[in-house]
Design a protein around this ligand. Structure first.
Ligand SMILES: CC(C)(COP(=O)(O)OP(=O)(O)OC[C@H]1O[C@@H](n2cnc3c(N)ncnc32)[C@H](O)[C@@H]1OP(=O)(O)O)[C@@H](O)C(=O)NCCC(=O)NCCS
Length: 134
């Protein structure tokens, strides 16, 4: 799993208890996962279809640096299934896991469309001078 995106937990991201607000975290994850699906499927028209159980494993506090990791676990006909983990960048302590997030590839008509992808595409396979990140 590649942990591409880092976030610095700021006052505006906190709940009244002074820890990271779950809604902020879910917003970051949904955006990160959507970008991952867009890159993997080569189509900007993808939508979130399903998010499985979300496990808030441990709290994060103001000033923490956290990182979001996403990887594809399954390529369907029109869908892609991802799994996600958020952890503290310094301590590596897990903050949240989402077992399954399903995104659907849409055509111009807004209906599910086959994406033709079967495996993770790495940047190094897309660009000559890219690195190994997906
Ligand atoms: C996404 C949407 C077009 C799919 O429509 P649909 O009628 O369910 O489409 P289908 O039944 O053809 O399913 C499409 C794919 O989603 C998968 N899927 C459907 N329901 C699912 C569910 N509950 N869980 C997991 N996967 C599901 C199907 O297996 C299929 O994947 P496959 O082609 O790889 O096998 C429609 O549900 C929709 O517009 N939902 C709202 C999306 C949205 O607004 N998201 C939030 C903002 S991004």
């Amino acid at each position: 799993m590649n942990f591409h995106t880092r976030k610095w937990v700021k006052p505006e991201d906190l709940n009244p208890n002074g820890t990271l607000f779950g809604g902020s975290l879910l917003r970051w994850i949904d955006e990160e996962a959507a970008i991952y699906a867009i890159v993997q499927l080569g189509n900007q028209r993808v939508v979130t279809k399903y998010i499985s159980e979300i496990n808030f494993v441990s709290a994060s506090r103001q000033g923490d640096i956290i990182e979001l990791g996403i990887t594809a676990t399954e390529f369907g006909r029109t869908s892609i299934t991802l799994t996600c983990e958020v952890r503290n960048k310094i301590t590596r302590k897990s903050i949240l896991t989402v077992e399954k997030m399903v995104f659907v590839n849409l055509g111009e008509d807004g209906l599910p469309a086959p994406h033709g992808r079967t495996e993770i595409k790495y940047v190094k396979d897309q660009f000559q001078d890219g690195d190994a990140d997906s």
